[in-house]
Design a protein. Structure first.
Length: 255
């Protein structure tokens, strides 16, 4: 953690689920674009490594090992970022996960799994927005980017609860964008397809080959592909774009 006096003229971004994969790529891209970073994740070691990379880019990082399902811990993390870096200008709600090895047809997947997926994918985004939105409204400025999934559109098999949770993220994005528009705050979402992450690396080679075959561009996406899209939504150039969901999946939505 870098301790510094809060500054009101700096661009401060918070990225949840930042330690690895898509979150890590987003954090590094925002740092290159000039933001100081609040980094939240349960992977403390990964956060420390990421914070060091951010600092090498000449930006400050507040790395907080926190469970985003713990609302009290999340609230404390946001308070820490505000105290050290200043008010949050950009919030990227990236934390979430699919059913992974527990994926199963809806009738076989239990309610406990569904509850977890809705909490980790949807509730964490809503909870983080509750912490960041008040100062954005007061300053009449801010960018919120929610990471959804193309599963919300495609309806991936054996992922009903995950698809429902990510569809909830998209609906939440649209409603919140309307509520915050009068305050100059934009809210958008990105729906990734198959992205090369640690979770993807753990899947059978046959699944990965099928994923590539289903993608018109015939490759997996890279975390940086999502980071580029986040950078646009977080930029001044996207000041007239709100309530949108950008599908970044190599054309798979056309299948």
């Amino acid at each position: 953690m870098v301790v510094a006096a809060p500054q009101t003229d700096r661009k401060v971004a918070v990225v949840t689920g930042a330690a690895n994969g898509i979150g890590r790529a987003i954090a590094l891209r925002l740092a290159r674009d000039g933001a100081d970073l609040g980094l939240f994740d349960i992977d403390g070691e990964g956060l420390a490594s990421l914070a060091a990379e951010v600092e090498l880019l000449g930006k400050s990082a507040v790395a907080i090992e926190t469970d985003m399902l713990d609302r009290s811990a999340m609230k404390a993390a946001f308070i820490s970022v505000a105290q050290v870096l200043g008010p949050v200008e950009i919030l990227v709600n990236n934390v979430g996960q699919s059913a992974r090895d527990k994926a199963a047809p809806f009738w076989d997947a239990g309610p406990d799994l569904a509850d977890f997926l809705v909490r980790i994918c949807l509730h964490t985004a809503m909870d983080a927005c509750r912490e960041a939105v008040p100062s954005m409204r007061n300053r009449k400025s801010g960018r919120i980017v929610n990471i959804a999934s193309d599963s919300a559109f495609i309806g991936s098999k054996s992922s009903a609860a995950y698809a429902a949770a990510k569809a909830g993220v998209i609906g939440f994005t649209r409603s919140l964008s309307r509520e915050l528009a009068e305050f100059g705050v934009t809210v958008n979402a990105i729906a990734p397809g198959y992205i090369r992450t640690r979770a993807m690396d753990l899947l059978p080679e046959t699944f990965v080959a099928k994923a590539i075959a289903e993608t018109p561009l015939h490759r997996l996406g890279e975390p940086e592909d999502i980071a580029h899209a986040v950078a646009f939504f977080a930029s001044e150039q996207a000041g007239f774009v709100t309530g949108q969901t950008l599908i970044v999946n190599g054309g798979r939505w056309m299948n």
